[in-house]
Design a protein around this ligand. Sequence first.
Ligand code: 26M
Length: 818
Amino acid sequence: MFGLMDGFLKNDPVSLQKDILDHVEYTVGRSRFSFDDFEAYQALSHSVRDRLIERWHDTQQYFKRKDPKRLYYLSLEFLMGRSLSNSVINLGIKDQCADALNQLGFEFEVLAEQEGDAALGNGGLARLAACQMDSLATMDFPAWGYGLRYQYGLFRQVILDGFQHEQPDYWLNFGNPWEIEHLRISYAVKFYGTVEEKQLDGHHCKVWVPGETVEAVAYDNPIPGYGTRNTTNLRLWAAKPNGHYDLESFDTGDYINAVINRQRAETISSILYPDDRSYQGKELRLKQQYFFVSASVQDIIRRFKDSHRNFDQFPEKVALQLNDTHPSLAIPEVMRILVDEELVNWHNAWDIVRKIFSFTVHTVVPGGLEKIPVDLLSSLLPRHLQIIYDINFSFVEELKKRFGLDYDRLSRMSIVEEGAVKSIRMANLSLVCCHAIDGVSRIHSDILKTRVFKDFFELWPQKFQYKTNGVSQRRWIVVSNPGLCALISKWLGTDAWIRDIDLIMGLRDHVEDAELQQQWKMVRRVNKIRLAEYIEAMIGVKISPDAMFDVQIKRIHEYKRQLLNILGIIHRYDCIKNMNKSDRRNVVPRVCIIGGKAAPGYEIAKKIIKLCHAVGETINNDPDIGGLLKLVFIPDYNVSVAELVIPGSDLSQHISTAGHEASGTGNMKLLMNGCLLLATVDGSTIEIIEEIGKENMFLFGAKAHEVATLRAKGQARKVPLQFSRVVRKIRDGYFGSEVYFKSLCDSLEGSGDFYLLGNDFASYLEAQAEADKAFVDQERWTKMSILCTAGSGRFSSDRTVGEYAEKTWRIEPCRCPF
Ligand code: 26M
């Protein structure tokens, strides 16, 4: 056999070099004697891709042979960021690649910078999906992700004169070596039309006669695990015109328009919706949801049928996870395929559905829950509407039996919302049909049980669980902070923590060691210098690595209270200006860094961005302030910018109004990197406090249980003088644009201030003063920083995914032999 069956590509630098040069010539089409950084990046990526494909095949073949229960993770969004560094690290070939490149006169780090982000998502929910994919692969779980291959990712944020402008992110422009196009793996997805009743093989059947059919084509994105051969798959669907042409529509004589109309099919997968607040009942969004769900479900059922004769074993072999309610049309879609196409009787199909689906909620606000107008659904997916009505009918009967004719309760819990616009409540549909409903942190789950889904909790308490979010230490330490990574391994005497994060707490044993402290500080300083250089290059503001780097990086939302941060900065500026020379010597120099995108239609969020720039402009150009205070806004915050900012941060802010941040995951990434947290007692921060102790962080603000009472007090709430003074400064035009900022100020005063900035301001300033005090004592600060990293183990997505696997999905590892 000449070893053909195990003829893996070789990973020594010489073999890699040969592969890279071959790809320069045969894939990129350049001369192997002359190519630039980008072409070298392409060739290197293709060499890595070849290795991924090899492992991908082995893994899938192994899964097929072993036939374990599989998990399918359905999400409308995945924020993968860049792939090159992550891939070579997970494949264990980074040093070899670097060597190979060096000899060709290239530097790995420079090539890695050539890659653009895959930004197929908005924020937390989407990056969580990416981290969980990494954990699933690393932990050898037989799991695939399914999503949409948007041609335009999340918009690029461009700042002009302090205002956010959105530019399209046509990310496929330069090709994408990380995907494998499978033109032959495709499914027809139907829309519109009517439902007809027919007799088929003696069965009474509903037949959906569609008005439009679109083809879904598979693009596979290999997800390599770390320290394993397992490489799983993220399958993204692209919409293409369907290949079956009926003569009639072409016979009308308008050939050109007939073709153009068909080409419109591609718009379904063309653009990611950039608003992460609430559902707006847009038809295109609904089409996207159904398109991706239908293709995925068809694919899953086809794969199951490849090795099973009937559906008896379906629930033992398949688990479907819904990332929020966005993919919840998968529920009626599975029902439809089983009942209408596979001729499974309704009762059995329903039994299957109730066993395979689980979903995770990522929001706190009931207003954030998706609703689909019935009119829209009945025109787009007439058969699904029938199925939803049928599910609801049985559900309401069950409710009546249990609670009697409590009409208020029935109307609250019904999947169908009556009213001005009759709609389908996707959350209720999911609650009725899923066997597990997970919150993303403990407090979040408590809020779901006692407020948002109270009625359902009373009915099915056992369905309600929570799995606190986590992030991947591969991406957020190994890839993005190689200095810290090496240091951790050195002091633990092993790099096993990269797969077994609990080991990281071993750092606690060395926290008093002056040598570790020294090295810790050095690594962090190098990261800060790198960040300072980036900031100077991007926005021209010079900052000193001796200052405290204080960051708030996340989507701009009122509840996340970037405004509170800015008001605090204005206050600090004021204080410094009023100090005499000798007092100024005691001021801890700060660089405040804010980054994040505002949804294009979110006016207030956009004003917050402008205010940040206006205040920064004033402070940064005030010679009287010197190096004591800077405020910089980092434009176009995304995954790769995060990889740069997080390792270089001293202090980070997670300051949502208590009870509003479902979990937060940025706090975990920063914690892992030894950044201290200044935070409210909200979301997953509560669990971070339990791990590292409140003495190692700076907490402030009203508690979640106090918020309702405080709101009810309205204008009777006490607001500190400093707060009114700072708001007045903005009103008076100290930072210009007073007319533009008026509504922002109004939202903070009088009957406004829904998010309680005034109420929390005094304790916020105190927490900030505590942080300053701690920073003066650099030895103390460094110890706290080490303890943050050491205490971050629970916030690995490995832990989260392990809990889901055991408690919800009931899947086991299936490790492909090397
Ligand atoms: C809905 C309908 C139409 C278009 C877009 C949406 C939509 C997209 C994203 C709605 C919400 C979206 O994301 C919500 C989100 O990111 N939530 C965050 O999830 C994180 C992971 O669980 C949590 O850590 C954050 O607290 C939570 O805000």
